[in-house]
Design a protein around this ligand. Structure first.
Ligand code: AMP
Ligand code: GLY
Length: 430
């Protein structure tokens, strides 16, 4: 079997590694890939992840039997539709089904229809409407641009003045589409990422994970793509996960099917767990980054088989995804200036030393001469497993401490919450 992973971040590196563990031992390709993925797959650097025509051409040229799309841009551009039309089996939602991520207004409407718990909201269609609604809103409040915004489309507003400024940005800057803004109630609680595989009818949950969105320790500073993650999450055992999937994922998949737009692929629910239970903050139609780097190393089921089953209507009936008992902790090493800016071309030291201790996946890296250098944004991920959160966390930080590059940013509190909640096995009385 030949499998193609589309994308070039840490998530795609983790997907490549997990597919390599499938019983079919697929020959692996990654487009465009990055400097680290070259060790695990044939990379196709000239193929952009958001260019369906180029992806189809590459899949045909290499005789691909399974294509997996990582980033949302490719899904929303119709990569799965184009691949399937060309006879290439593809894992992921069609362009129409990816609207669950591509339009927050659509996701809100669908949740209302399906009775899925989420924050109350109103849609704002113009700046004038925004001014009127914001005068009567309770603060803090949340403004969200309707379309894809690469993690920059959500602004938490502490005051009416903040909210007006945010609305001005969303309605004037072209990259935000300038048409619709969602004004949403601010929710309090703890966030949880619960991803599930869907075959248009059935929902198979993956292990829960927690993501750290802010750049600085203590959840301070601007939002990023994610600075670290861990899996599983204390308090969310199999029964709790089933309950959430029953209240969130299954009704959504049923509502999409009823609309004639069956959802195949990964449905990622970003949840706020508050006093009155879980509420949906957002849906993504893809794997999370860096959640995937912590979740997939624990997977014991055959990933290629799961992906192929999810393509078939009802193909996941009776299927379960099995996970190791181990805990996984993933640290993100980001470049100087991220997330506002980001520096490139800094030489990375210590990769081999770190890789001897933990799993190192690449995100923003490039090869220059014989060296690996930074290519901006989130640069590397370090994932370690252990019998308890403390062991996994210590191992991850030990491995990450071997890596250095100019201006490297790393949070020091990833998974500290899990360590505080789960006793370390090594200090338990025997
Ligand atoms: P999203 O891209 O919708 O996940 O939003 C990014 C981040 O903004 C989330 O992970 C939350 O930390 C925060 N956020 C989004 N919506 C809300 C909300 N209604 N209440 C509180 N925080 C939110
Ligand atoms: N880690 C958040 C995301 O993938 O959207």
């Amino acid at each position: 079997m030949k499998a193609l992973v589309v994308g070039g971040g840490g998530r795609e590196h983790a997907l490549v590694r997990a597919l390599a563990r499938s019983a079919s031992a697929p020959e692996l390709f990654c487009a465009p890939g990055n400097a680290g993925i070259t060790a695990d797959a044939e990379v196709l650097p000239e193929v952009a992840a958001d260019d369906p025509a180029a992806i189809v051409a590459a899949a045909r040229e290499h005789g691909i039997d399974l294509a997996v799309i990582g980033p949302e841009a490719g899904l929303v551009a119709g990569a799965v539709d184009a691949l399937e039309a060309a006879g290439v089996p593809a894992f992921g939602p069609t362009r129409a089904a990816a609207e669950l991520e591509g339009s927050k207004a659509f996701a809100k409407e669908l949740m209302r229809e399906a009775g899925v718990p989420t924050a109350g909201h109103v849609l704002l269609r113009s700046r004038e409407e925004a001014v009127e609604q914001l005068a009567g809103a309770a603060y803090p409040t949340v403004l969200k641009a309707d379309g894809l915004a690469a993690g920059k489309g959500v602004i938490i507003c502490q005051s009416e003045a903040d909210a007006r400024a945010a609305a001005d940005v969303f309605f004037t800057e072209r990259r935000f589409g300038q048409t619709t803004v969602v004004l949403e109630d601010f929710l309090e609680g703890e966030e949880l990422s619960l991803l599930a595989l869907c075959d248009g009818e059935n929902v198979v949950p993956l292990a829960p994970a927690q993501d750290y969105k802010r750049i600085f320790d203590g959840d301070r500073g601007p939002n990023t793509g994610g600075m670290g993650s861990y899996s599983p999450v204390p308090g969310f055992d199999a029964a709790a996960v089933e309950e959430i999937v029953d209240r969130v994922h299954r009704p959504v998949v049923a509502a999409m099917a009823a609309r004639g737009v069956p959802f195949h692929g990964v449905l990622y629910a970003g949840l706020m767990i508050g006093a009155d239970g879980p509420k949906v903050l957002e849906f993504n139609a893809r794997f999370g980054d860096p959640e995937t780097q912590a979740v997939l190393p624990r997977l014991r089921s055959d990933l290629a088989e799961l992906f192929l089953a999810a393509r078939e209507p009802g193909g996941l009936a009776g299927v379960e995804a099995e996970f190791a008992e181990d805990w996984a902790v993933t640290l993100v090493l980001a470049s100087a200036g991220y997330p506002e800016g980001s520096s490139k071309g800094d030489v990375i030291h210590g990769l081999a030393e770190a890789a001897a201790l933990a799993e190192v996946t690449h995100a923003g890296t490039a090869a220059r001469g014989g060296e690996i250098v930074t290519a901006g944004g989130r640069v590397l991920n370090v994932t370690a497993l252990g019998p308890d959160p403390a062991a996994a966390r210590d191992r991850a930080y030990d491995a990450a401490s071997r890596i250095s590059f100019e201006g490297m940013q790393i949070r020091t509190d990833i998974a500290a919450r899990a360590v505080a909640r789960v006793p370390s096995q090594s200090t338990q009385p025997s």
